[in-house]
Write a protein that binds this ligand. Sequence first.
Ligand code: GLU
Length: 296
Amino acid sequence: MNTDSRFVGRQIIGRYAPSPTGDLHLGNLRTALLAWLSARARGGKFIVRMEDIDQPRVVPGSADQILRDLEWLGLDWDGPVVFQSQRHELYRAALDRLSGLELTYPCFCSRKDIQQAIAKNLSASSEYPGTCASLGADEIAIRKQQKTPSIRVRIAPELNGTMGDFVIRRADNLFAYQLAVIVDDLDQDVTEVLRGVDLLDSTPKQQYLASLLSSKYLRIRYFHAPLMLEPNGNKMSKRDGSYSAKEWRSEGKSPEHLLGYLAYSIGLASKGVPISADQLLIDVVNGKLLNSLVFS
Ligand code: GLU
């Protein structure tokens, strides 16, 4: 339970922010379950946001399927589902704000340019080495005639060594994940982000952007849940067709069986005991858990 004095007495707002790029696999569902339990167990709100900003990767019908899966499991949410594809003005305003602070610059590097620059860089960092950080206005104007640049944010000197200047708008003109997510988390007054540990590297980047964009940035707490792996140890993937809720359902198995399995897989319940989302929540609230991995 949360004992940090910054958060005591605050309305908890948790969120689940899937990308509609395919059917949710069991690992995605387990993260959704944990995010839901964590927020609801403390009387918090839970919101769902569809991260469809990367339109070329969106799979038609996937957003609906995701919402059906969550409903089927009994993971309810508050308010309307927000779609990133409809929030471009907010991202644009944030980008303009950062540019107004002179914290952005255009970057013309290709992936290959960056790899070569990193290879030459003696510091052994795998972060962007700042190749385009100090191009003059004339050079920028000339290069823009040949190529649309991406836009990077300059990191504060004290963060040097922990991250490099990173992309907030891509060269294909799409707003980058890092920018869209933090703009939304701030705009939706999210107080806790619980997501997979695969996004751990993104968290300091988003916290940095938040510190530039809002005085409310310290309000967001971050938790990272372990990933569920394939039996062969590989990461699960929507694209590679990892076992999905849809398949589970089509085999005639119940949501309680799936929830029991997910809870067991993370040490929240005993093996082979079907359980509903509401019962799991009651067990969390009553402290009747095998493991307090995420909630301690
Ligand atoms: N949309 C991201 C994904 O599905 C998650 C983003 C987040 O939780 O911050 O991997």
